[in-house]
Write a protein that binds this ligand. Structure first.
Ligand SMILES: Nc1nc2c(ncn2[C@@H]2O[C@H](COP(=O)(O)OP(=O)(O)OP(=O)(O)O)[C@@H](O)[C@H]2O)c(=O)[nH]1
Ligand SMILES: [Mg+2]
Length: 330
């Protein structure tokens, strides 16, 4: 009976401990697919919570939150899907990654930007940029680079590896020069996790114990929306200017051809005046002239009303030239 009560009290204490310290430290893992985010989450929490795989396809497709008591406090890790999965567009993946903010409410203390000890390619660079864009400039205060595959370092060390690549150094600089390396092949080596947590703690202390908040995320979302709106407006303005220019060009072309028709009309009137025939004038014109005259007579653009009453097409031809009969007003 006594042992049952003490077991129950013990359980209650554990529950109380869990509830009191659940908020101790919240970590979000971010990065390209296959870099070892899930494996790192398992190493940090000391348990195989997250599915990890060698497969080229993305394994983690949704955010997952797990907690473990390490030493005297609770650590919560939020694993996220990896960018550049060949089967899912990055836009969809970033949408899912963004959910980590809600899962980490009131907010994560640290974003671990996961990279491997290996070649730093253009894709890696773009993945980092996408994450930075998603969480905004403010997030750099809460970000640390976490290298995996520490076992690949062999005779070199992480400092030498980092200093060998200027692009890597640049990214680490953007994260307040914070980085750490894990060997997930050796998760039993607790010292590597202790050292990581110490680095995170000093960053949290530098930030006055604060975390990345939902408001900061909303600010990034709003400024992105504003940027998109401004871009859309600029595009519409450009389109309007192009259409206006096109309209002006057509207007000028129309005026020019009207002028040409009017001049032609005047010329014909002059020709008619010079002719000795009083009521009917027979002229032989080329096919181009005929077309022009017919068009002018029927289109209504040019008025021949006082001088020319009718313009007949299909006139007989003389020596291969079509005959145009014009009846003059009397
Ligand atoms: N040798 C070695 N392999 C590692 C290390 N970390 C991760 N891996 C291996 O890398 C592969 C991918 O690891 P995951 O943790 O599944 O990678 P992920 O970033 O979660 O991948 P997604 O969920 O697809 O985004 C697995 O086979 C891991 O065992 C490490 O430190 N050393
Ligand atoms: Mg994963």
């Amino acid at each position: 009976m006594g042992t049952n009560i003490s077991k129950f009290v013990n359980k209650l204490r554990i529950k109380e401990d869990e509830l009191l310290h659940k908020e101790d430290l919240k970590v979000v893992l971010l990065g390209k697919t296959g870099v070892g985010k899930s494996a790192s989450g398992n190493t940090i929490l000391g348990k195989g919570f997250f599915e990890e795989s060698l497969s080229s396809r993305s394994v983690t497709s949704m955010c997952q939150k797990e907690s473990s008591k390490i030493g005297r406090r609770w650590i919560t890790v939020i694993d996220t899907p990896g960018l550049f999965d060949t089967n899912t567009p990055n836009k969809e993946i970033t949408k899912e990654i963004a959910k980590c903010i809600t899962l980490a409410a009131p907010g994560p203390h640290v974003f671990l930007l996961v990279l491997t000890v290996g070649r730093f390619t253009q894709e890696e660079k773009e993945a980092v940029k996408m994450i930075q864009d998603l969480f905004g400039e403010e997030s750099s205060r809460y970000t640390m680079v976490l290298f995996t595959r520490g076992d690949d370092l062999r005779k070199t060390n992480i400092e030498k590896f980092v200093s060998s690549d200027r692009r890597l150094q640049y990214i680490i600089d953007q994260c307040g020069n914070r980085y750490h390396v894990l060997n997930n092949r050796n998760p039993e080596e607790q010292m590597q996790v202790t050292a990581l947590l110490e680095k995170i703690d000093s960053m949290v202390a530098e930030n006055g114990g604060s975390f990345y908040t939902n408001e900061m995320f909303q600010d990034v979302e709003n400024s992105l929306k504003e940027e998109l709106r401004a871009k859309h407006e600029a595009e519409m303005e450009k389109l309007k200017t192009t259409l206006e220019k096109e309209r002006q060009k057509q207007d000028e072309e129309r005026k020019k051809s009207e002028k040409e028709f009017r001049e032609r009309e005047e010329q014909i009137k002059e020709e008619c005046k010079l002719s000795p025939i009083s009521s009917t004038l027979r002229v032989t014109v080329g096919a181009d002239r005929l077309t022009a005259l017919n068009r002018s007579a029927f289109s209504g653009h040019i008025s021949l009303t006082t001088a020319v009453r009718h313009c007949f097409t299909n006139s007989p031809s003389v020596n291969g030239f079509p005959l145009l009969a014009i009846s003059l007003a009397t």
